[in-house]
Ligand binder design. Structure first.
Ligand code: IVH
Length: 667
């Protein structure tokens, strides 16, 4: 294919993929299968890597983000991002309507919308291209999270349709759809980690992740609801949103124009029940005066617009009696207190248990056994106790004393300074921790051994499994002796264990469940050290050289490898034939031109994405490190490099090279 042909095909593919993206994520009406989409995307990715000169940050191939950590720059808002006045009752809403009526002295229309429960975002488009995504921050300036925003598939990178202003801002709410949130939490629980509290906090946390490829995996979504400007495309807020929809924005359909406050109240009552069937969280209704010049006449107070108000639904709350408290120990040893309650109806379900979070929360509530407590189900799946009805206390209960020993193994609990949770430190001898480690070890993302939780429990209780290396000494005859096992199922288990010996080293490393060493960190470590042998021998200083490895992870690794029991487990895995180093295929390099060189990369590059630059360094046997230090050979500076890195390199006399100079090195 000639360069010209490639260029034309790249442009055509980008256009087609952008359109399918819109059909799938914005209009939710896909016309091709996922497979067909992926095939087109792959074709584009191949062409783009063959012809890096056609790189475009707005290409649909860039939606996957990159795994460079960035600190956010602050950016000023052109129009301050104000909040909305709140009300929880009809009377106050009528007061709002009376104020509007009096101030305008002419007929007016409202637009009712749902109040989406996420994080607000301001998007700026210049000549139809996404330029900035800025969080609300303090209202006057916020964090520039553009790189993360670019990974959200329902936000157009390039606008379609006609009639958009050459430069404009549009605001909306980034949120995590409930099914995505629930799946994320299921995965967390499986991995033995504490679940996220609710979709809103998770969305907020995700948007602030410093690594956009992590954001891309989280499947955030975005609804748009406001165009702030003096010169909006039409004089009606509603019409503006309908126009924005034709440009490719996801403007929700849950809106209505209302001609009276009675109609507004009807809308509110309708959604009070209906909102529970939606796949995202809403905590109320936003009521806005539709006409833009009327909006301007009404104006703003210091904090909020006078032309809009939020009606918030009451969080549902029930009152019931606290019967007892259980203490659960998770895979990592963290202890969670859980309240057992007299069953009570709340938001359509019977609630019998509620989370009490930690010792501080119990002390704060001054809760006692037998107390009548208030239970709420906000955005959370697990209901929580939010208060005590002191009037109903009969004086017999005494304040609760938090347990000091592990309920599972009796070991005295510890609580690190600054941490909310108590921990059982007996990670090698505490049953839920031992079993939890094994459950994590067999999980799909780790060793992918087909062994259910109940089977692990059975093998553990029968003394056949005490640590993860014991899987590899299991014999079919031993398994056959257990209840529930027959010839075929025993064979399957042994075969699945045998198959896991082919699992690549990075996954084996993450399967060990070393604290703070998840999939991503394990990949980085494996890439850098190439083998367990080398990793085991690494000092804290050497570990800190690796990109993204900080003190906490380095300490945890050194501690892990200083424990004789862990060394024995690794030895047993090695004897069994588990992959403890990268394969020849994985370590194969293009050349040894960069052997012994350590690079730090900063800025953006003309010909390659940052990921491609990293791969190039590694494929020529060089190393990537996160911070400039005396050990850095080159600081590889693209466009808009980080000023701190440049300064440090100059101070330490580290040579700074450009992308072209780098490409010459490996030519
Ligand atoms: S309009 C000047 N419309 O609620 C008015 N806001 O409590 C701009 N929100 O910061 C806001 N859904 O994050 C508007 N349909 C909606 C909304 C909405 C959710 C959020 C937004 C805002 C907060 C105010």
């Amino acid at each position: 294919m000639t360069k010209e042909e490639a260029y034309l095909r790249i442009i055509a593919l980008r256009k087609e993929l952008n359109n399918h993206n819109k059909l799938y994520y914005v209009e939710v009406q896909p016309v091709i299968s996922d497979f067909e989409f992926d095939t087109l995307l792959k074709e584009l990715q191949n062409l783009e890597s063959q012809f890096p000169e056609f790189y475009d940050e707005n290409s649909p191939s860039q939606r996957v983000g990159n795994d460079i950590n960035v600190e956010f720059n602050q950016r000023e808002h052109k129009y301050p991002m104000l909040s909305l006045g709140n009300t929880y009752n009809e009377g106050e809403l009528r007061d709002f309507d009376n104020r509007v009526k009096k101030a305008l002295g002419e007929p007016y229309t409202y637009v009712c919308e749902l109040k989406y429960d996420g994080v607000s975002i301001s998007l700026t488009y210049i000549n139809g291209k996404l330029e900035y995504g800025i969080t609300r921050g303090d209202g006057t300036k916020g964090d520039d999270v553009t790189a993360n925003v670019r990974t959200i598939k329902s936000i157009p990178l390039v606008l379609s349709g006609i009639g958009y202003p050459s430069e404009f801002e549009i605001r909306g709410e980034i949120f995590l759809p409930r099914p995505v949130f629930e799946q994320l939490n299921e995965e967390k629980l499986k991995a033995g980690e504490a679940p996220y509290a609710n979709p809103r906090n998770t969305a907020a946390g995700t948007l602030k992740l410093q690594n956009s490829s992590q954001v891309a995996k989280r499947k955030l979504d975005c609804f748009l609801y406001y165009i702030p400007a003096e010169n909006t495309p039409t004089v009606s807020h509603y019409e503006n949103l309908m126009m924005a929809k034709t440009w490719g924005f996801k403007v929700p359909d849950y809106t209505k124009r209302c001609n009276s406050i009675e109609e507004v109240l009807e809308f509110i009552h309708h959604w009070d029940l209906q909102r529970k069937t939606l796949p995202f969280d809403t905590d109320g209704i936003v009521i806005k005066v539709d006409n833009i010049s009327q909006q301007q006449n009404l104006g703003f107070t210091a904090k909020e617009p006078r032309w809009a108000i939020a009606y918030k639904y009451q969080t549902e709350r029930a009152e019931t009696q606290l019967l007892s408290i259980d203490y659960q120990v998770g895979r990592t040893g963290a202890v969670t207190p859980v309240a057992n309650l007299a069953p009570v109806q709340l938001a359509g379900t019977t609630v019998k248990r509620a989370s009490l979070h930690n010792a501080d929360q119990i002390a704060l509530l001054d809760i006692r056994l037998g107390d009548w407590v208030y239970v709420e189900k906000g955005g959370e799946i697990i209901p929580k106790i939010v208060g005590v009805n002191i009037e109903k206390r009969n004086g017999t209960g005494s304040p609760l004393i938090y347990i000091s020993q592990c309920p599972e193994c009796g070991t005295p609990l510890i609580r690190a300074t600054g941490e909310a949770a108590h921990y059982c430190p007996n990670d090698e001898g505490c049953p839920p921790q031992i079993k939890g480690k094994m459950e994590y070890f067999v999980s799909r993302a780790a060793m992918d051994i087909n062994c259910a939780e109940a089977t692990i429990d059975l093998l553990y209780r029968n003394g056949l499994l005490n640590n993860v290396s014991d899987f590899y000494s299991l014999k079919k005859e031993q398994v056959l002796k257990l209840d529930r096992f027959a010839e075929k199922s025993a064979e399957n288990l042994i075969k699945s264990i045998e198959d896991s010996k082919k699992v690549p080293f990075p996954r084996v490393l993450s399967a060990l469940g070393i604290r703070y060493v998840g999939e991503t960190v394990a990949k980085k470590l494996a890439q850098y050290f190439k083998s367990m042998e080398a990793l085991k021998a690494a000092s804290v200083e050497q570990l800190l050289e690796v990109e993204e490895i900080g003190d906490r992870i380095a300490q945890s690794l050194v501690e892990y490898f200083n424990t004789p029991k862990h060394i024995a487990i690794i030895k047993a895995l090695e004897d069994a034939g588990v992959q403890l180093k990268l394969s020849d295929e994985e370590t194969k390099t293009f050349s040894e031109k960069l052997t012994g060189y350590t690079f730090v990369i900063t800025g953006t590059y003309k010909h390659n994405s940052r990921d491609q630059m990293k791969t190039l360094v590694e494929k020529h046997d060089g190393k990537i490190s996160s911070g400039v230090s005396a050990k850095t050979t080159y600081l590889l500076a693209g466009e808009k490099p980080g000023p701190d890195k440049i300064q440090k390199a100059q101070k330490l006399g580290v040579k700074i090279i450009s992308e072209d100079e780098f490409l010459k090195l490996i030519e």
